[in-house]
Design a protein around this ligand. Structure first.
Ligand code: MN
Length: 246
């Protein structure tokens, strides 16, 4: 055993810079953490939100985009997490979503087996620089920097599916300064969690540590410095976030 450790140490890689820390997420009721690989997001997965974005939900197939895994940070309500208002935007939007944490690798996963790949679930915010997203769309450019910016993915604690099963219904809600802004139900997802996993894994291999944000219900809107957000998914958990005053 000792010899093996020595061999591994001798073969260890030297880096010219310190290796970046591994982004990770909290797990409810545990001090262990969920190491994050990628954050994959579904666009327009609730009919009412597709309509408010000017699209016909009946005709639009789902599509995907990504955020960097180091945009994720712990935002369980007990932590009093905060962000500074991000740069280059005047229209930061909130989007509450069910996040799915992948625990087992797979590609071309059939929908009937998809939930076997899920480690757990958490509430997440897909913070969006809506003005940058809209300007990019209008020019036919990637929306990347409307979605993928520092601290753009506040996350509640992940609850293992071994404890809560695989939720198919439950209220999805978000309040700003105590006023209800977003409300929907998991039963209204156009593409179910299993279908999203099947669709994504037909395009790319999924691996442990991947986090899938499944889309937001209607009621997206702006956040301003000084605002306090509370949000959650019934049966999964809650998160809270303050937007710092400048
Ligand atoms: Mn979203």
């Amino acid at each position: 055993m000792t010899a093996r450790v020595c061999v591994a140490a001798a073969m260890s890689t030297d880096y010219v810079i310190p290796p970046p820390p591994t982004p990770s997420a909290a797990i409810a009721g545990s001090s262990d953490r969920f190491a994050l690989r990628r954050v994959l997001c579904v666009g327009r997965n609730y009919a009412a939100h597709a309509r408010e974005m000017g699209q016909d939900p009946e005709r639009e197939p789902p599509f995907f985009f990504a955020k960097p895994s180091d945009s994720v940070f712990d935002a369980h309500p007990s932590l009093r997490a905060s962000i500074v208002y991000p740069p280059l935007t005047e229209n930061l939007h909130h989007e509450i979503e069910l996040a799915v944490a992948i625990g087992i690798a797979g590609r071309e996963i059939p929908p009937g087996q998809a939930l076997d790949h899920v480690f757990g679930y958490a509430p997440a915010l897909d913070l969006t620089r809506r003005d940058l997203q809209k300007a990019a769309k209008a020019k036919g450019h990637p929306w990347e920097f409307g979605k993928a910016f520092d601290r753009s993915a506040p996350l509640g604690a992940i609850v293992p599916a071994a404890e809560i099963g695989h939720p198919t219904r439950g209220r999805v809600w978000l309040e700003v300064n105590g006023d209800l802004r977003q409300e929907g139900d998991l039963s209204e997802l156009i593409w179910s969690v299993a279908e999203v996993i099947a669709e994504l894994s037909a395009s790319i291999a999924l691996a442990p540590g991947d986090l899938i944000l499944t889309g937001t219900p209607a009621g997206v809107g702006p956040l301003n410095p000084g605002d306090t957000v509370r949000a959650g998914v019934e049966g999964v958990g809650a998160l809270a976030l303050a937007v710092a005053r400048d």
